[in-house]
Design a protein around this ligand. Structure first.
Ligand code: ZN
Length: 127
C-alpha cells in the first residue's frame, strides 16, 4: 500500500512528478516557457519606456537674415549696456547717465525690432 498523491503532478494530475518537484516535466517546461515569455514582454515594455525622450526638446527656430541681424544688434547692445553699467572711475555722473540713457534706448530699440520680427526674447535669452 502506498500514497499515490505524493507521486503525481499537482498541476495536471496526469503525469508522474519530476523528483524533488511538485509538477511533471511537461508542466514545468510549460511554466518555464510562460515565464520567459512574460520576462520578454516586460523587457520590451521597459525598452520602449527608455526609448521615449524624457523631455520634449523645444523646436529650434529657423531665423531669417533680418531676424539674425536684429538678434545680433540686440546682443551687442545688451553687452555694451552691461559693460557700461559697471561703475567706472573718472566718469562724471551726468556723462554716465547720458550714455546709459542712449544704451538703454538702443537695447530697447533692438528689442522692439526683435519682437516685431516675431522673436521671443525670453526663449533666446540664455544664448
Ligand atoms: Zn503536470
Amino acid at each position: 500500500m502506498y500514497n499515490t498523491s505524493q507521486l503525481w503532478c499537482t498541476r495536471c494530475q496526469n503525469n508522474p512528478r519530476v523528483p524533488g518537484q511538485r509538477w511533471c516535466r511537461a508542466c514545468l517546461s510549460h511554466y518555464q516557457r510562460e515565464r520567459r515569455a512574460q520576462q520578454t514582454a516586460t523587457s520590451v515594455i521597459q525598452a520602449e519606456i527608455h526609448a521615449m525622450p524624457q523631455v520634449t526638446p523645444a523646436p529650434v527656430p529657423v531665423l531669417s537674415e533680418a531676424q539674425r541681424q536684429a538678434l545680433n544688434e540686440y546682443k551687442t547692445a545688451r553687452r555694451e549696456y552691461e559693460a557700461r553699467r559697471q561703475t567706472r572711475q573718472g566718469w562724471l555722473p551726468q556723462d554716465r547717465s547720458m550714455i546709459m540713457v542712449q544704451l538703454t534706448l538702443r537695447v530697447e530699440h533692438a528689442r522692439q525690432r526683435l519682437v516685431a520680427l516675431g522673436i521671443n526674447l525670453k526663449v533666446r535669452e540664455g544664448e
